[in-house]
Design a protein around this ligand. Sequence first.
Ligand code: ADP
Ligand code: ZN
Ligand code: ZN
Length: 708
Amino acid sequence: MSATPSTIVHIALQTPSHSGVGDLLSYASERPLPPGTLVRVPLGKREVLGVVWDADAATGELPDGATLRGVTGVLEGVAPLDAHWRRLVAFAARYYQRALGEVALAALPPQLRDLRPEQLARRLRRPAGKDSTTENAIQTIALSAEQESARARISAEPGPFLLYGSTGSGKTEVYLRCVQEILEANPEAQALVMVPEINLTPQLEERFTARFAPRFGSQAVVSLHSGMTNPQRLKSWLAAHSGSARIVLGTRMAVFASLPGLKLIVVDEEHDPSYKQQEGARYSARDLAIWRGREQGAKVILGSATPSLESWHASRPPTPEEPEGGRYVRLHMPSRIGAGALARVRRVDMNQQPRRTVFSAPLLQAITERVGRGEQSMVLLNRRGYAPVLHCVDCGWKSDCPHCSAHQVFHKTDRTLRCHHCGYTVRVPLHCPTCGSPDIHPMGRGTEQLEEQLSALLRNVQRPDGNPARIARIDADTTKAKGALEAQLAQVHSGEVDVLVGTQMIAKGHDFRRITLVAAVQPDGALFSSDFRASERLFALLMQAAGRAGRDAAYVAAQGTRAEMWVQTYHPQHAVYEALRQHDYEAFAARQLKEREDAAMPPFSYQALVRADARTQEVAQGFLTAATAAAHAAGLPGLDVVTLFPPVPLTIQRVADVERAQMLMESSSRIALQRFLAAWQPVLQATRSQPEHKGLVRWLVDVDPLVI
Ligand code: ADP
Ligand code: ZN
Ligand code: ZN
């Protein structure tokens, strides 16, 4: 295999995590291989995919005369990954404290790992389908004054931009125009457009394809997300990599797509927590988009009606004390297209309602009236299942998960108790497992129960056509089957459904035309959370949800109705709801930022977490304490400006029989925090291998964590 090795190549590949193997492994190659080349190499007894990172001109002979193992195959036909892509991957690995090979390989489509070079070559030879690059003109619509002003500034300035536009202000239309401009200016140019949820991509793909296929051909727009099959993903990835795809639409993973001609990145709903990856390399696709744009010379547009406080702060306007302002350019589009009014917010004080009320009388009345007029309503509850817990009236037994510090959720449809953390599922018992009493009842409620109750309450309510009201539920349980979500959304769009019940899944992004009422029946939970971002998230969610109502101003006018957002709450005067009532994101953000600044919290400081999982809480915390002591003993760089907090159990302390602990690190300097984390990594490794930490299952670092 390596008969006449001429070069040593250093290759990034996926090695078992924490195996102690360095970032790159060396192999011999008979011919020089340019960096970025995809190769297959032996690793132990297996053969794996790797990416050539760099090469030495030296021979493949080690100093002691031994020889390196040779590269077994080269994936001919796939051009080497360019330096921009390699720098992005290297930066992400460094910044998020993971192995380079892990990040590089995770960024490639899974099927690339499994195909042998011959198989791939066959795949590449297959004609990409007839593509009629018809060069027809693109049909555009006239932009509003606000849209035009945003477009002009994006065109003229380098950015990055925060497009702060109300729901329905036409942000997507601005993205489309910017994409068009960039693609028309340069035949090699590519654009990347990211959305937070997989279920938003089909809708977006339709819109982009309708707009750009006539001009650039039907193959010009591709999607990239985890809901696709592996062959589909490979196809999209290759199209992006080869430059034949001009527009890539995707979820957070798309930020790592190989896009040699990248000139524009759009991050829609940039505030959405799903841009943060929650396992492996815990990257923020939004933050990487900013980095990638700067490195590769692509413009970046972050869009939102309720920007993250980080982006809001970064786009602060200049002041006399700070003449440069923030790093981002803020562009404001306050008006809804068609001059549609924003939903009127109505708070129901649940203290005034009979105890245990689920749907207050005025809310039920408002929904009933809408059904009668043929309008649609949407009811939100952020908890799926029938009830969060089953309990015994006689002995107080609760349906706790035996493997987690959490309840098993009661699902009535299939009569199961299911743990939403570890998946442990049992049949609902007929009698209390502790005392044998048959008197066991659900406590609290989830979307299933909401749907059931609403069906009962609206039993005698008729639609204009005389048929009974139709209620549908959309949540993770009803959308498991492939195509189920699309089918359900189609029913909503076609008007078959009168009331839609669901989790936050339905609150985001969808352009429902006939919904005129949105209700959050029980949103208070987040107000008193220990997570300092909880109220930011609640506010964004409610604003988003409110944005689903009355999107079609002409429809609202023709109906003689008005769009409403209902909130049932025990704290009607709470600042979050006050700001929601006024649609005043800015006041909300100003107050939150003031609090954050006073408490030196992000974005006024930088954070990282180390989490440890072990059989016992003692071992988990013991590991963190020992690693901290070792850091101090070694006098690691950055420590003088990094605060290390003591280890604590996670809110859900035990999942799948594993105890979890974490410790927070905070610094006013991002660089110092980075420097400390890099230096601490080997110390953590060494601490782990000490015998007293044998019970440790794993540890991981989360940089810029979203959930503390
Ligand atoms: P956002 O992304 O800000 O919520 P969209 O871009 O989806 O808003 O626009 C909301 C609605 O207004 C869409 O149905 C869209 O087709 C329409 N729209 C957007 N811009 C214009 C325009 N300039 N003229 C007419 N309709 C528009
Ligand atoms: Zn009992
Ligand atoms: Zn569990």
